[in-house]
Structure formats: C-alpha cells, structure tokens
Design a protein around this ligand. Structure first.
Ligand SMILES: CC(C)(COP(=O)(O)OP(=O)(O)OC[C@H]1O[C@@H](n2cnc3c(N)ncnc32)[C@H](O)[C@@H]1OP(=O)(O)O)[C@@H](O)C(=O)NCCC(=O)NCCS
Length: 267
C-alpha cells in the first residue's frame, strides 16, 4: 500500500517539519513486519506492555513516513542509530539523506518529526511531579531561580517545559543525554522558546532553532532544528498506521507509491 498515492503522506517541502502524532493504542502486531531484526529485538526487551506498544508505534510510524518520502518499502528503509559516543546501535535515528528524523514517546503519546535537509530533535513528556534533585541535575542556575519563583501548582509544567526544550535540542545534535542538560540555558517556560547558551566543548557550531508544540492535555512537547528554522506541520499518525494495518497483508512490503501523492524524493 502507498501512503502517498492516497494522499496520506503529503510531500515534505524544504523549510517545513512534519510532526506525526500517534498513541500506544495504534500498536498492532502486523506493524512488527516493518521493523528490522534489531529494532524488534530491542522492543522485545521492554518489559512493560505500554513501553513495548510505544516502541512499536514510534518505529513503525517513523519507517512508514520516511519510506513514503524516499519511495522505498518501509521494511527496506535503511535506518541507522549509531551512538555518537560509543558507536553502539542506540543513538540518533538516521534515514538516508536528505531526511532528518527524530521521534519521542511518553505517557501514551508518540511523535515523529521529519524534515528535509536539516537534523531535527523532538521530545514529548507527560506533565508529572518531579523531585527537586532532578531539577538541580538538569537545570542551570538561572533556570532554577525562574522555576522556584513560579507558583507551586505551575512548577511541574514549568519543569517539563524546560526539560522538553533541552531534550529536543540535545536530540537534534545527536548528543542526547551524554551531554549534561544543565550545560544548556533556555528561555523561561512562558517566554518564546530559544537557546540562550550552551557551555562546554560539545557546543554546536550551527545555530539551533527551538519550537514548543501542542501535545494535547497533560503533555508538553518541543522541537529543535539544526542550522535552519523550520515550520512545524501537524499530521495524523494514528490514521496512517490504521491504513497501513488494514490495507496491507505484509506491511513491510508496502508499495511506497501508495502512500504519497507526489514523486518521492529518490525519484
Ligand atoms: C535519547 C534520550 C534523550 C531519550 O530520552 P527519553 O525521554 O527517554 O526518550 P524519548 O522517547 O524522548 O526518545 C527516545 C528516542 O530517542 C532516540 N535517540 C536515542 N539516542 C539519541 C541521541 N543520542 N540523539 C538523538 N536521539 C536519540 C531514539 O530514536 C529513541 O527511540 P527508541 O528508544 O524507541 O529507540 C536519552 O535516553 C539518551 O540520551 N540516552 C543516551 C545517553 C548516551 O548517549 N549515553 C552514552 C551511551 S554510550
């Protein structure tokens, strides 16, 4: 099946970032056929059913959309995840160029971000109470002062806003949490999202751009792009995965032209 011919995956244009939203409820056993052996094995190691469902949904959705843009069957998409630190297979997901890709899962939300010609990082988190030690570990001095000045009822959301912005930035560069989040200073939760400073030798040379996303009730999310700003667009990943499940006997072998209404990037 193709998500593009039926118009389910609109063409990805330079300067835009597609955000595909789905949930743990979209996980379906048939979608396992889209994942490679390593992804399936890592998913099987997760003990909690919800964590397994989030993993399957994120990987299947990312593969479906990236493959549709590149014009290859999702099961054949080359997706590496080499760790910047140790070279192991647990780092930033990288599809063939020119696609930039990132995904995140938390609570029951899954979000997949794709952009053209720029690396992106996305993070979604459920708003929940946090331990003061956690805030001290990930926020820098000025951020802790802002957080402490917030009314107590607004502090959990304030902390999660900081956290999603920092994690989106760290995921956009592929550093992840191997760089201490406290080295980054971002604007206050109510202010326009922006990276103010990044201390230390890992500071990226290119400018980073930051966006808050609407993640629905009880969740916050942020997106970062490297080197060039992007305009985020919102897409229904649940509907896309449902279409993949219902229309394909073997999702991994889907004809990519089904998913797109326009010529894929590779053609
Ligand atoms: C990646 C990381 C930020 C994830 O945070 P999280 O809030 O638990 O999870 P999220 O749902 O937001 O993101 C998970 C996804 O981030 C991606 N990811 C992993 N490492 C990444 C990195 N260095 N940069 C960007 N993205 C990364 C993966 O796609 C992962 O998905 P998967 O677990 O389904 O395979 C964090 O766990 C991390 O940085 N871990 C690695 C730390 C490290 O590099 N240590 C050194 C190891 S040698």
């Amino acid at each position: 099946m193709t998500a593009r011919a039926s118009g389910l995956v609109p063409a990805l244009r330079p300067g835009f970032c597609q955000l595909w939203w789905a949930s743990a409820r979209d996980a379906h056993p048939l979608l396992r056929g889209l994942l490679d052996e390593g992804e399936r094995a890592r998913g099987d190691l997760l003990r909690q059913p919800t964590a397994r469902a989030l993993h399957l949904t994120a990987h299947a959705l990312a593969r479906t959309v990236a493959a549709a843009h590149l014009g290859v069957p999702a099961g054949e998409l080359e997706l590496t995840a080499t760790c910047k630190r140790c070279g192991g297979p647990h780092g930033k997901p990288r599809p063939p160029r020119p696609l930039g890709l990132s995904w995140s899962h938390s609570g029951d939300r899954v979000v997949v971000a794709l952009a053209l010609g720029t690396e992106v990082g996305v993070d979604v988190e459920r708003i929940a109470p946090f331990a003061p030690e956690t805030a001290e570990r990930v926020l820098c001095g000025p951020e802790l002062t802002v957080l402490a000045a917030l009314p107590a009822t607004r502090r959990p959301a304030g902390f999660v806003r900081y956290w999603t912005r920092k994690e989106a930035l760290l995921k956009s560069t592929g550093d992840g949490l191997s760089v201490a989040p406290e080295l980054l200073h971002v604007t206050a939760p109510d202010a326009w999202p922006r990276l103010l400073s990044w201390e230390g030798p890992e500071r990226p040379r290119l400018p980073l751009y930051l966006y808050d996303l609407d993640a629905g009730a009880g969740h916050l999310a942020a997106l970062a792009s490297v080197g060039t700003p992007v305009r985020p667009t919102r897409h229904d990943g649940s509907a896309l995965l449902a279409a993949v499940v219902t229309s394909a006997d073997a999702p991994g072998t889907c004809d990519p032209t089904l998913l797109t209404s326009e010529r894929p990037l590779a053609s």
